[in-house]
Design a protein around this ligand. Structure first.
Ligand SMILES: [Zn+2]
Length: 290
């Protein structure tokens, strides 16, 4: 079975005369699992953590069997970055080169680079919906806000960040969006608030970071409607990898068995290793096509 993290928390609600909707969340245990599963560079960890936090925040807006994914295809050394979550907040994330680094190493955007940012929404019915915009900054939060503004015409403010403490990295973020027909005053207030809000790194290490964050964003004009959990949970399992191996065909499987005597496959999302010994490859050869 794939890796599972402890749970982070997300709060969903409405604010500012109920003209705005928000999700705020803490994703620290997810970031810890990304660190263990992917052995990333500092920049790789933050890029993956922010993408995971983003789909975690978005998961609070999903229902039933809906899923949401973020795919970032930049020309930086990280390669493709991909995170997805279901409506239960069970999410996973992968990148082509998690250990990549690029100057200046104090920012996330250099490992991401320039390219395309895609949001993918899946439900039971029909093809997944995909919306693509150019990467705006490569810092992920600004890219997600830019996506909603220009692809879906929804005024959006997003922050994704991290704070380094003695106990390790604390990560989290916020997503604030306008409900239909907001007043000009509400939009102006939000814009000003997002500009004046202290950096997330100084909020996340507080004792009650989400309360502080909501207070800073909305003063006392907000209402939490729902609290839910988010966690890194990879659905990979041995039978799925066995089915993939079957598609190699009898000849290639036989060659692998004779040359290596065994096979090791790692899950791209969680790093879990699946080992197939000589006898098990033999069983696959029997089941494979010619
Ligand atoms: Zn996995």
């Amino acid at each position: 079975m794939g890796k599972i993290s402890k749970a982070g928390v997300v709060l969903r609600g409405v604010a500012q005369n109920k003209e705005l909707k928000f999700v705020v969340g803490l994703s620290t245990p997810i970031t810890q699992t990304i660190l263990e599963a992917h052995k990333p560079s500092a920049q790789g960890l933050l890029a993956m953590s922010r993408a995971a936090t983003a789909v975690g925040l978005l998961s609070a807006t999903l229902k039933g069997r809906q899923q949401v994914g973020i795919q970032v295809n930049g020309d930086g050394p990280l390669g493709e970055l991909y995170a997805l979550s279901n409506a239960q907040g069970e999410l996973r994330v992968t990148a082509n080169q998690p250990a990549a680094a690029a100057e200046p190493e104090t920012e996330v955007s250099p490992v991401v680079g320039q390219g395309r940012f895609t949001l993918i929404k899946t439900s039971d019915a029909g093809e997944p919906y995909r919306g693509t915009v150019p990467i705006f900054t490569g810092g992920i939060a600004e890219d997600l806000a830019y996506y909603f503004m220009f692809s879906e015409q929804i005024p959006t403010a997003c922050g994704l960040g991290e704070s380094i403490t003695d106990d390790g990295l604390i990560t989290g973020g916020y997503l604030v969006q306008s409900l239909p027909n907001p007043s000009d005053e509400t939009l102006r207030t939000l814009e000003q608030r997002v500009v004046t809000i202290p950096p997330l790194k100084s909020i996340l290490n507080a004792e009650h970071p989400l309360d502080d964050l909501l207070e800073l964003l909305f003063m006392d004009d907000y209402e939490v409607l729902e609290e839910s959990t988010i966690s890194f949970k990879c659905p990979c399992e041995r039978p799925k990898f066995a089915r993939t191996l079957l598609t190699l065909g009898k000849a290639e499987l036989t060659q692998i068995r004779e040359e290596d005597g065994e096979m090791n496959i790692s899950c791209h999302f969680c790093g879990e290793n699946y080992h197939f010994n000589y006898e098990e490859i033999g069983a696959l050869i029997v089941g494979a096509r010619d």
